[in-house]
Design a protein around this ligand. Structure first.
Ligand SMILES: CC(C)(COP(=O)(O)OP(=O)(O)OC[C@H]1O[C@@H](n2cnc3c(N)ncnc32)[C@H](O)[C@@H]1OP(=O)(O)O)[C@@H](O)C(=O)NCCC(=O)NCCS
Length: 264
């Protein structure tokens, strides 16, 4: 397995991660350029930042209001709905459920996330999530499942620091909700939003090579394998994927179930 993917990956506004490449938002890992948890790029151009902020602001303005907190009162959060799920802005009430997920050691290891020491990390997670949204660097949704009081997970689009039309996808569900197709259901809706509303041209994702559920979800969504690498932070063999907007539309149109050929 190659140590670095080819072509060279884009750089993303990531702070820690969720789904290896996108971020959970409470912990910043310092990593070398090119490793899977890229932080905000020092080479980011002001034009790109401006375009990105306008891009997201336009999209958010089209979405229904969330109104849960100070940040959300200023921008309309892009609430998304699927048959079984509501994707909404993270809030204070999500912190205990977030902490429970984040301290599931197997889940954290699969996702490449650090395990927080105590629940006070939850405030940092929420603050960073809101700040990243306000800065136009990422959108993180809390995932509600019908009939369940606590959020069952998060899903995140982290925008490229160098390409206004590119983003990275990451997701984490609480263990009690694994194996029901909910991860794929949430990811499909976020991709629809990314390609159709935000007019993204490509979405990347990374997963540990042993993360069978994630690999399966990405393959079913039409992601193509573009490289393998070792995550320097934990020595984990990982795979990198990309889904381009053209393929997303073609796959969706040609197959109503959205099942596309696996790249693996
Ligand atoms: C990854 C995760 C979000 C998957 O969500 P999920 O809702 O449980 O996944 P799904 O139920 O949609 O299952 C996806 C597919 O993987 C398959 N799958 C699940 N676990 C598997 C396993 N251990 N081995 C092989 N296949 C598996 C399922 O059968 C399903 O395939 P199918 O639709 O063809 O039946 C969830 O497991 C999770 O949060 N894991 C911990 C954190 C993590 O790994 N995040 C992603 C990092 S890249």
């Amino acid at each position: 397995m190659a140590l670095r993917a080819s072509p060279q990956p884009l750089r993303y506004h990531t702070l820690g991660l969720c789904g290896r490449i996108a971020w959970t938002g409470y912990h910043q890992k310092e990593t070398a350029p090119g490793s899977r948890q890229c932080k905000g790029s020092a080479t980011q151009s002001l034009v790109t930042v401006g375009n990105r902020k306008n891009h997201i602001a336009r999209a958010i303005a089209l979405a229904p209001p969330e109104g849960e907190n100070a940040v959300m009162k200023e921008v309309r959060f892009p609430k998304l709905v699927t048959p079984r799920l509501l994707l909404r802005a993270p809030s204070e009430r999500d912190i205990p459920a977030w902490f429970a997920r984040a301290t599931d050691v197997e889940s954290a290891s699969l996702a490449g996330d650090p395990v927080p020491d105590d629940i006070s990390s939850g405030k940092q997670w929420l603050a960073r999530s809101r700040q990243r949204l306000a800065d136009g660097q990422a959108i993180q949704w809390s995932i509600d499942r019908a009939g369940i009081s606590d959020a069952i997970g998060t899903i995140t689009l982290s925008f490229s620091a160098t390409d206004a039309k590119a983003a990275a996808l990451g997701f984490v569900l609480a263990r009690a909700h694994w194996g029901l197709g909910l991860g794929g259901e949430a990811a499909r809706e976020v991709l629809r939003y990314g390609f159709e509303t935000l007019a993204l041209e490509q979405v990347e994702a990374e997963a540990a090579a042993r993360n069978s559920a994630s690999l399966r979800i990405l393959a079913k969504l039409g992601f193509k394998h573009i490289g393998s690498f070792i995550d320097e932070s934990d020595g984990e063999p990982c795979e990198r994927f990309v889904l381009v907007g053209g393929n997303w539309r073609k796959d969706r149109d040609s197959n109503p179930d959205g099942l596309s050929a696996s790249a693996l």
